[in-house]
Design a protein around this ligand. Structure first.
Ligand SMILES: *[C@@H]1O[C@H](CO)[C@@H](O)[C@H](O)[C@H]1NC(C)=O
Ligand SMILES: *[C@@H]1O[C@H](CO)[C@@H](O)[C@H](O)[C@H]1NC(C)=O
Ligand SMILES: *[C@@H]1O[C@H](CO)[C@@H](O)[C@H](O)[C@H]1NC(C)=O
Ligand SMILES: *[C@@H]1O[C@H](CO)[C@@H](O)[C@H](O)[C@H]1NC(C)=O
Ligand SMILES: *[C@@H]1O[C@H](CO)[C@@H](O)[C@H](O)[C@H]1NC(C)=O
Length: 403
């Protein structure tokens, strides 16, 4: 075991101290803010790229740039309306990205349970069944006779005869629906023989029978039909957003504008002044900022960190830190009380950095002695060791003096 103390390198380093440091300051912080989700709008004079976007059903969306951060100490400067937003291209509402063709195609998933399988989704929510298929009461394209008939059987002449307690769909005469002896209530339909339940988009309430569902909640308004809100006096809906709010200048994404200046965040979100929006909240800020909170309670860790429950902790993969060490930063074990850094080594039972055979401990790491010059061949590296030397001094000795 070779364990040279950190002070061994001190004389070699004294000549390296003091290099000019350039600090770049960011003086161009924009304060302009626009709406949170912007759909591209087309005037009379559209540019070529706008035409392309419209033909391809591409819209723009502003996403908090913090969601794009992958390195702990390099925040992302957004290219959106402010530096706190990235402006990205997404498929417009009603379209989805086809992963095979990588283009935006109409989406029928809201009106067809299996997204228009056995049919052609012509435009958002409009599913046209292929020949020999018919739309059933749930919007799915199902086989017709002579192949099959839902809740019935096919005769050779092509007609569908329903099983007991089912009746032929009056409009298509191609499939059978369950039969209810008494007629079902308001916003109800016959879902199985003799059984009524709420129609799609409605939910049973204890007092008022089946009531329409609006998701998200209407806010300052009333849900009058599935996903249709009627605002209370003085409240408005923003473009492409079916929620009633006060008129306000804040983005207030994941929240509700209560007044001109107040954004009330949904549960699991907290207000962020930079984006004037609500960002998801994670306990302990994902481990003192070692990751970014991408959904309530869900951290995505920065490079070099891994998720432990609800926080991100540094990862020390190259070597196990040992019984007496603790991973203090990515690939850096900390030994003993002062957590003396031990990169590429592990901590032994006398709280020293123990290096693999053939390597020696130099300030904060283990290295092969003949490689030392390579570790000092740029001013950046020398600066690192100068900073690190101060840290190690404090970790080992400084704390004894109670600075
Ligand atoms: C902004 O940055 C995002 C993320 O890197 C990128 O996908 C997008 O194309 C950029 N937008 C513009 C308008 O440059
Ligand atoms: C088809 O055949 C069934 C059973 O033989 C018969 O009841 C029905 O009337 C026939 N329909 C037509 C359109 O010929
Ligand atoms: C707002 O952004 C600045 C950097 O532009 C950052 O220092 C600050 O921590 C951010 N504030 C919050 C609440 O995230
Ligand atoms: C030493 O650690 C660094 C990361 O700090 C790693 O990239 C490198 O591969 C390690 N070297 C050895 C010899 O384990
Ligand atoms: C410094 O040493 C590294 C090997 O550790 C080598 O890759 C690099 O080219 C050297 N840089 C200079 C400026 O000599």
């Amino acid at each position: 075991m070779h364990c040279s103390g950190p002070l061994a390198g001190l004389t070699a380093l004294l000549t390296l101290v003091a290099f000019p440091v350039q600090i770049k300051t960011d003086s161009t912080v924009s304060t302009e803010l626009y709406g949170d989700i912007e759909n591209t709008e087309y005037g009379d004079f559209e540019s070529l790229s706008q035409t392309r976007e419209r033909q391809q059903h591409l819209c723009h969306r502003e996403v908090p740039s913090v969601f794009f951060q992958t390195e702990r100490d390099s925040p992302v400067r957004g290219n959106g309306s402010t530096i706190y937003f990235h402006r990205i291209e997404v498929c417009c509402a009603g379209y989805r990205r086809d992963p095979y063709a990588n283009e935006c195609v109409p989406d029928c998933s809201a009106s067809s349970p299996d997204n228009c399988r056995n049919g052609f989704c012509r435009s958002p929510g409009v599913c046209e069944c292929f020949a020999e298929f018919v739309r059933n009461e749930h919007g799915a394209c199902i086989h017709t006779c002579p192949i099959a008939c839902q809740h019935g059987r096919c005769y050779l002449n092509g007609t569908c005869v329903c099983h007991q307690n089912f009746v032929l769909d009056q409009e298509t005469r191609q499939f059978c629906r369950p039969k209810c002896s008494q007629s079902c209530g308001t916003h109800e339909e016959c879902v199985a023989p003799g059984q009524c339940d709420c129609s799609p988009g409605y939910r049973r309430t204890p007092d008022l029978g089946c009531q329409p569902v609006c998701a998200p909640d209407c806010g300052f308004g009333k849900c009058v039909a599935p996903n249709q809100c009627e605002c209370f006096a003085g409240f408005i809906k923003r473009p492409n957003w079916n929620v009633c709010e006060a008129e306000c200048y804040l983005n207030c994404e994941n929240g509700l504008c209560e007044s001109r200046y107040k954004c009330h965040c949904r549960e699991g979100y907290r207000y962020d002044v930079n984006t004037t929006s609500c960002l998801p909240e994670c306990s302990d800020n994902c481990g003192q900022g070692n990751g970014v909170c991408i959904a309530p309670g869900v951290c995505r860790c920065f490079r070099g960190y891994e998720v432990h429950g609800a926080e991100c902790r540094p990862k020390c993969e190259s070597r196990f830190c040992g019984k007496y060490g603790r991973c203090v930063a990515p690939e850096i074990c900390g030994c003993g009380e002062g957590q003396q850094h031990c990169r590429n080594g592990s901590c032994d039972d006398i709280e020293h950095c123990s290096c693999p055979s053939g390597e020696t401990h130099f300030i904060d790491r283990c290295l092969k002695a003949d490689r030392l010059s390579q570790h000092l061949n740029t001013s950046e590296k020398r600066k690192h060791f100068n900073r690190q030397l101060a840290y190690e001094f404090n970790a080992l000795i400084g704390r004894l003096f109670n600075f």
